[in-house]
Design a protein around this ligand. Structure first.
Ligand code: FES
Length: 750
């Protein structure tokens, strides 16, 4: 959580952010609170830490500090939040192993709804979220004491007045805000100008420099795409760029205004202005709900999203459809540009010259005859990028004749796409079903995607464009002429609005169970308090050992191929010690897994992407990983490539060594079918599910005396490691901890 004093409004803003994306240089003059700062097992737990742990809200615990700090930020801003606030707060927090129910159950005890429930005003049944509809309620009474998964009576009460105060020196003096700073690193120089003039001067001096605010794009590019930006200009502290002004043409936002402030200001205007003037604002706010998570919106900016020029930006189609006006400056001149598709000159490029800076954006007001809508389809509703998105701006005149029309799509090409021919030809037509059918046909024809278009899902993406247009049509028809609206289409208008989560986990203790018997009882995870306080030690938390080397893997990038490798470039890099592959390991040691069918290193033929071909060992992580990328792998693709059951059948590729095929049969299937009133024939497929591990897979190995090795590894399968070690080369193992999927320490001698 970062806390910033707003000198204009004299308030403290507490914001949850992603620590991994926040460069330390950007924290100058900002109060930072981490999970370790709010409580500890050695002194006192914060009530949040206590409740998530006691509510069984942690398993591997890797996500837990994030959940705790998101909730902590919410409480600092609103000591008695509502359940719907929790939902929004956790949009950017993912947990793959605990599941969200116990997390929410622990944290719901801070909400207004919980308070009401405690006072008997909400539900009479305090255990099951179904309330009086709970199946265990008989005659309005249930013995819920038997079923309490968590004894909330043991929770320490939360008293918001006990929170640490904001550092007074940051509030009293603005000295730190006004300092122009330069941080010089080995690869990157970070400048923090504090005036627009200085920023423009720096951009003239370093035209290739990147402007960074929230670092939500550049941070990802550096970390995962290995881009290097030698000069970064941090513009978050420039007052001229943080300004918001109401103008007659619209609302002008400086380019350093964050998405959170942007949404907050638009919401205020919606309250103040007539409804017909704020239709674009409403659409923007709705869309921002699905834009990243709170942690992203708290630091990312609207203008950052525009200049990044992502073809699947959630905002760009809306801004183009709205005709937003951009103000662009260099040290020599300022120009204004109406945002349209020509602002984007190609994949992730814009008309901005190297020495120019985007200064502001003005969002126009809407008018009485204007209809404005936007849609987004992603794989996951929260915190995900769009597959296709769209914004539509329609101006209807007398008798519902289209006076102006623009529809903009994201995800249908390298930049935002506007089918201009349709936009021009629809003008003058009446907004009715005939026009809709013409527009759908034209769109299906004009918005073509070649079969090999990047992003795939060609048919799906094309059908989404039609769906969005159809939905726009329905929405407008319903508004302008409710009599012409066919109610069978009503469901087509429903949006995605999450319901307040309700869930319960019940358990039953056998009456004969004695108090000291722990079996079958809900006992908190042994490491839960350490997870909740950030004290749990994972591989990456272990301080570096003397002479430690880092190993990075080289992975296959082909599905089926023979390969050869050349690591000479990697080995020439300073700090690289060694390259190892199958050639360096006797065959019997290279075979692992329950039936010795897996290989540590693939020997000659890869059968999927991501198999380990070799490893580079170097002095640190950065060198090892960049050296691993320098290993040349030459593939010779092999046929057939089998990626479906049909392919396998076609090529007669069967598993032949299955002695006990798994057939699941319950009851007499043939008999049941004879008496079934309906029989539906068909085929059902389910896609693969990504193993969504949050803890990175890593191991620390420390040589010991007598050829011993001490192994710290992150695993969910400690017994397999034991089996592997014993089967191959270990004389003795010692499991120090039974924590699930958290760093486990072993001693092995071989
Ligand atoms: Fe949430 Fe493991 S406990 S990811």
């Amino acid at each position: 959580m970062i806390s910033i004093y707003d000198r204009k409004k004299c308030i403290i803003n507490h914001l949850a952010i992603n620590a991994c994306l926040a460069p330390v240089c950007s924290m100058h003059g900002i109060a930072v609170t981490t999970v370790e700062g709010i409580g500890s097992t050695k002194t006192k737990l914060h009530p949040l830490q206590e409740r998530i742990a006691k509510s069984h809200g942690t398993q591997c615990g890797f996500c837990t500090p994030g959940f705790v700090m998101s909730m902590y930020t919410l409480l600092r801003n609103s000591p008695l939040p509502k359940m719907k606030d929790l939902e929004k707060t956790f949009q950017g927090n993912l947990c793959r192993c605990t599941g969200y129910r116990p997390i929410v159950e622990g944290f719901q005890t801070f909400t207004e709804e919980w308070e009401l429930m405690q006072n008997g005003k909400w539900l009479t049944n305090r255990v099951c979220q179904m309330g009086d509809k709970c199946c265990k309620v008989v005659n309005g009474y249930t013995k819920y004491e038997e079923n309490l998964l968590v004894d909330t009576s043991t929770f320490v009460p939360y008293d918001s007045s006990q929170e640490p105060i904001f550092p007074p020196e940051l509030k009293l003096y603005n000295t730190l805000d006004r300092q122009e700073l330069t941080f010089k690193g080995k690869q990157v120089t970070w400048h923090r100008p504090t005036s627009l003039e200085e920023l423009l001067k720096l951009k003239t001096k370093y035209p290739k420099a990147k402007i960074v605010n929230g670092n939500t794009e550049i941070g990802v590019e550096v970390k995962y795409k290995h881009h290097i930006y030698p000069i970064l200009l941090h513009s978050a502290g420039i007052p001229e760029l943080a300004d918001i002004h109401v103008r007659s043409s619209g609302i002008r936002f400086g380019s350093a205004v964050t998405l959170t402030s942007f949404a907050k200001y638009l919401s205020q205007q919606i309250q103040l202005l007539p409804e017909h003037e704020t239709r674009i604002f409403v659409v923007i706010i709705d869309m921002l709900h699905w834009f990243g998570g709170e942690q992203i919106r708290n630091v990312a900016t609207v203008c950052g999203n525009i200049v990044t020029a992502s073809p699947i930006s959630d905002l760009c189609p809306i801004l183009v459809a709205a005709g937003a006006v951009l103000e662009i400056s260099s040290a020599y001149e300022t120009r204004k540009v109406v945002m349209n598709e020509s602002f984007f000159t190609g994949y992730r490029t814009t008309i901005l010259h190297d020495d120019e800076v985007l200064i502001s954006i003005t969002i126009p007001y809407s008018n009485k005859n204007q209809h404005f809508h936007a849609y987004k389809q992603a794989r996951r509703r929260d915190d995900d990028t769009a597959i296709v998105n769209s914004a539509v701006n329609v101006l209807l005149g007398k008798d519902n004749v289209v006076n102006d029309f623009i529809i903009v799509f994201g995800g249908m090409g390298p930049t935002v796409t506007v089918p201009r021919k349709i936009c021009a030809e629809i003008i003058g037509r009446i907004w009715n079903e005939e026009t809709l059918n013409w527009a759908l046909q034209s769109l299906a024809h004009d918005l073509y995607l070649p079969p090999d278009a990047p992003g795939g899902m060609i048919q799906y993406r094309r059908s989404l464009t039609l769906s969005f247009l159809f939905r726009t049509y329905l929405t407008i028809v319903q508004k302008i002429s409710s009599t012409a609206f066919d109610v069978k289409n009503l469901s087509g208008l429903q949006g995605f609005y999450n319901q307040t989560p309700k869930s319960s986990q019940m358990f039953h203790i056998h009456p004969s169970s004695i108090k000291t018997d722990t079996v079958g009882k809900p006992i908190p995870h042994i490491s839960a308090f350490r997870h909740a306080t950030g004290e749990a030690v994972y591989c990456d938390d272990i301080p570096a050992f003397k002479n430690e080397l880092y190993m990075a893997v080289v992975l296959s990038t082909r599905a089926h191929a023979n390969f050869t490798m050349d690591a000479s470039d990697a080995l020439q890099m300073e700090g690289v010690h060694l390259f190892l592959s199958a050639k360096d390991l006797p065959h019997e040691r290279n075979c692992i897994g329950p039936k010795s069918t897996n290989a540590v290193f693939v020997e000659r033929t890869v059968t999927s992407q991501g198999q380990i071909l070799g490893v580079v060992i170097a002095e640190n992580q950065r060198i090892a990983q960049s050296a691993a990328r320098k290993v040349k792998v030459i593939y010779e693709d092999l046929q057939p490539v089998i990626i479906s059951i049909e392919d396998a059948i076609k090529h007669k590729s069967y598993f032949t060594d299955i002695t006990n095929p798994c057939i699941i049969e319950r009851g007499n299937v043939d008999e049941i079918f004879k008496s079934a009133p309906h029989i539906i024939h068909g085929e059902m497929r389910s896609g693969s599910q990504e193993h969504f591990y949050l803890e990175t897979q890593s191991t620390v190995v420390v040589p010991q005396e007598d050829d011993g090795l001490e192994v710290y590894c992150s695993t969910q399968y400690p017994n397999l490691i034991s089996v592997e070690c014993n089967r191959t080369f270990v004389k003795y193992t010692d499991e120090q901890s039974s924590r699930n999927c958290q760093t486990i320490r072993w001693r092995v001698w071989w």
